[in-house]
Design a protein around this ligand. Structure first.
Ligand SMILES: *Cc1c(COP(=O)(O)O)cnc(C)c1O
Length: 454
């Protein structure tokens, strides 16, 4: 299996190379050269998560990683999850289901892909006896999942930038209480956009590049998406029958694109609905064909506060029948001007692939309360956006699965206020307070950050 760039001007690479470089050198995103079919045996209900994950990863990795490396990565993932089913389905209503993705070590769905990516990257680096520095900006969940996944990795140094005072206390503690020599936590005196700008600056800094390979672990990385395909396969198989529509709480559109890929591979996935908060670039472009960036709004569902969802490029690439020149032109225009208009034919193609629903802050709070009173479920604000969107669909059109992406106890302020009681912390979120924290504060300039990395 080989990988090509959505912008068509980068050499073809294998899975390990795509995983270790993240972004393609032409600025595009890696996609499989052709879409493989999922093994037919996976369509039966009752196949263990580990079997599905092993099969999907083997399909995508081809010969670039050994069977042993994939097996160890999957076993480590499954061991670190606190639920036998790994990603259990919970029934809410006659035709509405919740897919719980938060039973991992940091209680958010990013554990599912990050745990796999960490093992697989370490294995790929061991093969070539090389080292890698990963840099990532986080508004909370990505950093926590990455720190837990990469702590102690022999060949990888991880640098995480979070905006000081703007991640929840639980999220900060999850990142900073892990004592590992290969992790550097930086609290930037600025906002998430500052962190993202600094990461870009680090990734292109000549001095830092001269000291060794650099990459990132956000969801532009194909390995992250590959690790999110298995739960669409298992959930689709468990609900054998009319293909369920999946409603995905969406920020960078990585999770939703993994669902799209699962459907493309033949999994029992019907429609895909991206549920977004007021940062609604996806919903707007699917309405009027204008893809434009606005100022990021702070919402209850902070991990979805994204204005330019990077994985949208992968969907456009597919909807143009893999026209790399057109994809490159569209996204270069967008990068330059902050806005680009799609023609009617492309818009119609995109609408055939996904739809989007915008959910307000008031609706998010109301849905947290409703899910408790109607279903007895305590849900996080991201999940609430998905459930609110799911309840707007017509249940007569078939089963609907809403993705539950984080444990509610990660967001005690908003959940507690909506319910009148605090969500109970799972074991992985207990005992964080009072542990020594490892992080340094830094001014929001590239020079200040570089000085911290010596
Ligand atoms: C990251 C995240 C999302 C958004 O996922 P994308 O792949 O960026 O669309 C949704 N919910 C939670 C809890 C997250 O951490």
């Amino acid at each position: 299996m080989k990988y090509i760039s959505t912008r068509g001007q980068a050499p073809t690479v294998d899975f390990a190379q795509a995983m270790l470089s993240g972004l393609a050198p032409d600025g595009g995103l890696y996609v499989p050269e052709t879409w493989p079919a999922a093994e037919p045996a996976l369509a039966r209900p009752g196949i263990p998560y580990a079997t599905v994950a092993r099969s999907v990863l083997t399909t995508f990795a081809g010969t670039s990683l050994s069977a042993g490396a994939i097996d160890r990565a999957v076993m480590r993932l499954v061991e670190r999850f606190r639920h036998e089913a790994v990603t259990p389905l919970v029934q809410l209503d006659a035709n509405l289901w919740l897919l719980e993705l938060f039973h991992g070590p940091t209680a958010a769905f990013k554990d599912l892909a990050m745990q796999l990516a960490a093992s697989l990257m370490d294995a790929a680096l061991a093969g070539s006896d090389s080292r890698l520095t990963l840099v990532t900006a986080t508004s909370g969940d990505t950093g926590a999942a990455a720190v837990r996944a990469f702590a102690g990795a022999e060949r990888i140094r991880l640098i995480v930038l979070h905006p000081e005072g703007r991640v929840s206390p639980v999220q900060r503690l999850q990142m900073t209480t892990v004592a590992a020599d290969n992790i550097t936590n930086l609290a930037v005196r600025g906002d998430f956009d500052d962190c993202q700008r600094l990461v870009k600056g680090l990734l292109t800094d000549e001095g830092l590049r001269a000291r060794g390979a650099l990459s990132s672990v956000n969801s532009i990385n194909w390995a992250r998406l590959a690790g999110q395909i298995p739960y669409y396969v298992t959930a689709g198989a468990a609900l054998a029958g009319p293909a369920p529509r999946f409603v995905v709480p969406t920020g960078n559109f990585g999770d939703a694109f993994a669902g799209w890929a699962a459907r493309r591979m033949g999994a029992n996935v019907g429609g895909l609905v991206a549920a977004v908060n007021s940062n609604d670039a996806l919903a707007r472009v699917l309405t009027d064909g204008v893809y434009s960036r606005r100022t990021t709004v702070e919402t209850h569902s902070v991990s979805m506060d994204v204005q330019a969802p990077s994985n949208f490029e992968r969907l456009v690439f597919e909807a143009t029948d893999r026209d790399t020149d057109r994809t490159r032109a569209l996204f270069e225009t967008f990068a330059r001007e902050g806005t680009v208009t799609l023609d009617d034919a492309l818009l119609a193609r995109l609408r055939a692939e996904v739809s989007a629903v915008t959910v307000s802050e008031a609706e998010t709070r109301a849905e947290i309360a409703h899910a408790w009173s109607a279903y007895g479920q305590v849900i996080c604000p991201h999940t609430a956006v998905a459930v609110a969107a799911a309840r707007r669909l017509d249940p007569a059109d078939g089963p609907v699965v809403a993705l539950a992406t984080a444990h509610p106890a990660k967001f005690p302020a908003v959940v507690g206020e909506a319910l009148g009681f605090d969500p109970v912390r799972p074991a992985v979120l207990q005992g964080l307070e009072g542990r020594p924290e490892h992080y340094r504060k830094v001014e929001p300039t590239l020079a200040a950050v570089l000085a911290m990395l010596d």
